[in-house]
Design a protein around this ligand. Structure first.
Ligand SMILES: C[S@@+](CC[C@H](N)C(=O)[O-])C[C@H]1O[C@@H](n2cnc3c(N)ncnc32)[C@H](O)[C@@H]1O
Length: 217
């Protein structure tokens, strides 16, 4: 896992780095963020929490939709970048692997994230997503995540070879392994492939916080 200090150090050049979509890690970045908005079904006045808000690129898209956007990030310098772009955004400095502090201890219509969950091993991904779904997702809410993702372990292994000169090993999503792990804790998940190294995951509770089970199909 990367430290908040490392993200502080990256903050000044982050927005330049995401412009390079020629290969790993940001191939498909802008489209991935756009697809998070698309798959969220976001509407005006919906409450949206952006996990690992970073320099604010995903949050800005939800602001454009008229949503009531909140952010959380553990890097003060990343938060400063986002605040410069979106001064009215409520951003809390916190570690998302821990229970959310006030004023984020509430329900959200949508919880979203861009390029953060690959920081966490699978057990942490599952635990964080389960807690958020149980404690912070409004009825009919969804979690939508853009991140570095591969359909199979073989696809990940091929990408590691293809981009050996720029590869940085982290806990990238492997869809064939990770979506069943989410299902085991009653989180239904689907994904859309965005590029050779990006995907968007849509995650919904199988049992909703109001106790009902949504009809499938
Ligand atoms: C690669 S940046 C992505 C920023 C933005 N979401 C985007 O899509 O461009 C990852 C962000 O997640 C934040 N982050 C990583 N681990 C975190 C944690 N455990 N708690 C809170 N924020 C975290 C970092 O500080 C950084 O701002």
């Amino acid at each position: 896992m990367t430290t908040s200090q490392e993200f502080d150090d990256w903050s000044a050049t982050y927005d330049d780095d995401v412009q390079d979509e020629s290969g790993f890690p940001f191939m498909g970045y802008a489209n991935a963020l756009n697809q998070v908005v698309q798959h969220s079904g976001a509407q005006t006045s919906m409450s949206v929490l952006d996990l690992g808000v970073g320099s604010g690129n995903l949050a800005a898209r939800f602001v454009m939709q008229g949503c009531n956007v909140f952010g959380v990030d553990f890097s003060p310098e990343m938060i400063a970048q986002a605040s410069a772009k979106l001064p009215f955004l409520e951003i809390v400095q916190a570690d998302v692997t821990q229970p959310l502090p006030e004023p984020l201890n509430r329900y959200f219509d949508r919880i979203v994230s861009g390029y953060m969950f690959h920081e966490f091993p699978l057990e942490t991904k599952v635990a964080v997503l389960k807690r958020l779904a149980d404690e912070h997702l409004a009825p009919d809410g969804h979690i939508i995540i853009a991140d570095i993702a591969f359909e199979t372990q073989a696809d990940l292994d091929a990408a590691r070879l293809r981009w050996a000169d720029r590869w940085d090993e982290e806990d990238f999503w492997v869809i064939e392994r990770d979506l069943p792990a989410l299902q085991k804790v009653a989180l239904a998940a689907n994904w859309v492939r965005i590029s050779d190294c990006a995907g968007v995951m849509v995650i919904s509770p199988l049992i909703r916080s109001d106790g009902t089970i949504p009809l499938m199909g």
